[in-house]
Design a protein around this ligand. Structure first.
Ligand SMILES: Cc1cc2nc3c(=O)[nH]c(=O)nc-3n(C[C@H](O)[C@H](O)[C@H](O)COP(=O)(O)OP(=O)(O)OC[C@H]3O[C@@H](n4cnc5c(N)ncnc54)[C@H](O)[C@@H]3O)c2cc1C
Length: 473
């Protein structure tokens, strides 16, 4: 691999090159591809967090299992090597699961997510994976009256899902943590940590390999059939084939309309000076977000930068996925504007890197994990923007489902969570898919602009309408 395809935006901004997280160590050399037909007990398609955590927990539970991972490029090529490094307890679809299965079921799901943050930190420590983890919690700020109203409602909702340790802050207390310009309030939860995404995914790949898992890289799976994962180099036959391909799922035969690939984009600044950090605060290194409809997420990196993300070019016609993370100049400018909106003193700071990655979005915006007993086919994903922790819960659940199906264990606390075996309809065919997603994003932008300029305390009706059209509520 080389980063020769990088282009530059502005003065010295690397654009693409998969992500900033690879900038220090360079892109990895791919492991050996599959060279002929093979067999396994479990075949995992996709070498991101979902696939690798699943291989990890299966091998830990049953060391005798022959587990093979097939990865089209290299482990961490997808969102797991490009994300914002928010390890936090959010899960896509919780409110919908509450409607479908009752409040108590959703509380159980939320508790499992809270525990998952701890589990990732524990497992990384146990396996000596140094992923720059800092357990500083999650801070979400409001800087308009409408955002403050949403923040308070969000805070109350999280308490109702059993989060006893969440706290609400006014303007002064918020500024004591992070001095975000114009912030009027914030909510903080301890259930979150900052991490370096690539150090985690590469550490995991090395860990599972050491446990005896076979990883073939540069090996694209073109089709998954019961007990078969088909590649140009041969077919892996296994009683269980698990699809862990998230935003790339549409490129598999028969899966075009399953999950919509949506882009998210990020920038990383040059390292800030001590004076700049003093003016900002942020000593707790909380992951930082806001309450805008087109929300932002940011972290203070271990090497003294700010990495900040938000929406990029949302979705490309025909479910095409970007391949090297290259990002449109307009998106880089928009993210830079958000950075300066938060911290005006950073108006002149250099942007070292900009990149994009692809998320998987189901038609009803609910993450799922499933093992089909009849065929042995399993899958997990549709995490939207909350997969760094959720992938770990999905992986432990897939382990339990495989163990249950193969008669090695019974149902567990995880196999009975409400997101297991959830069915959702497919996305509309083109051009309706493209038109719908673009209309939704344009509407969120308009709603944010309206709230900023009118100072209304009511959430824009436009955004509520877009939520309905998108199937989010
Ligand atoms: C820019 C960005 C920022 C994000 N920030 C956050 C965040 O801060 N916090 C958070 O919780 N979540 C965040 N997310 C989401 C999170 O990163 C993902 O939900 C999570 O990494 C998904 O992991 P995964 O293993 O399911 O998918 P991926 O990491 O995408 O892995 C899928 C893998 O499968 C491989 N693959 C795909 N198709 C095939 C095929 N046919 N054959 C073989 N291999 C295949 C791909 O190459 C890839 O390596 C972010 C995502 C992006 C893009």
């Amino acid at each position: 691999m080389s980063s020769a395809s990088n282009t530059h935006h502005g003065s010295g901004t690397v654009n693409g090159g998969i992500s900033f997280w690879y900038a220090d160590e360079g892109l990895p050399t791919a492991r050996e591809p599959l060279t002929s037909d093979a067999t396994a007990d479990v075949c995992i398609v996709g070498g991101g967090y979902t696939g690798l955590w699943t291989a990890y927990y299966l091998k830990k539970a049953a060391p005798f299992l022959r587990v093979t991972v097939l990865e089209q490029k290299f482990c961490g090529y997808g969102a797991s090597g490009r994300n914002g490094g928010w390890l936090y307890n959010g899960i896509a679809g919780r409110d919908r699961y509450a409607k479908l299965h009752g409040h108590e079921a959703a509380v159980r799901l939320q508790r499992a997510m809270n525990d998952t943050v701890e589990e990732v930190i524990r497992a990384a420590a146990e396996e000596s994976i140094d992923a720059d983890i800092h357990h500083g919690g999650v801070l979400e700020v409001a800087y308009t009256p409408a955002q403050l109203a949403r923040l308070k409602a969000f805070h109350e909702a999280e308490l109702a899902y059993g989060e006893k340790d969440r706290t609400l802050h006014g303007a002064r207390e918020t500024a004591e943590r992070v001095r975000v310009a114009g912030a009027v309030g914030s909510t903080w939860t301890p259930h979150g940590a900052r991490l370096h995404p690539v150090k985690l995914v590469q550490g995991l790949a090395a860990t599972v390999e050491a446990l005896g898992v076979t990883i073939h890289e540069s090996t694209p799976v073109t089709e998954i059939k019961p007990k078969h994962a088909i590649t140009p180099y041969g077919t892996v036959r296994a009683p269980y084939v698990l699809r862990c391909t998230e935003g790339f799922t549409a490129s598999l035969k028969g899966q075009r309309r399953t999950w919509l690939p949506m882009n998210s984009s990020m920038i990383a600044t040059d390292p800030l000076t001590d004076e700049q950090w003093e003016s900002i605060g942020w000593e707790g290194r909380e992951t930082l977000g806001d309450m805008a409809h087109a929300y932002m997420y940011a972290q203070r990196t271990a090497d003294h930068r700010i990495a900040l993300g938000g929406r990029g070019v949302p979705y490309r016609y025909g479910s095409k996925t970007d391949n090297d993370g290259r990002t449109q100049p307009a998106t880089i400018d928009a993210l830079r504007a958000i950075l300066v909106r938060f911290f005006p003193q950073l108006a002149g700071v250099g942007i070292a890197h900009a990149w994009s990655g692809v998320l998987g979005v189901p038609r009803d915006w609910c993450a799922t994990v499933t093992l089909d007993r009849a065929t042995g086919l399993g899958w997990a994903g549709g995490y939207v923007g909350s997969g760094v922790a959720t992938t770990n819960l999905a992986a432990r659940t897939l382990r339990d489902l495989v163990q249950q199906d193969s008669g090695q264990a019974g149902p567990t606390d995880l196999t009975t969570l409400p997101w297991v075996d959830h069915k959702v309809r497919r996305w509309e065919p083109e051009p309706f898919r493209w038109l719908g997603v673009h209309a939704m994003y344009a509407t969120y932008n308009a709603a944010d602009h309206r709230e900023l300029t009118t100072h209304t305390a009511n959430s824009s009706r436009l955004a509520q309408w877009a939520d309905k059209v998108a199937g989010r509520h």
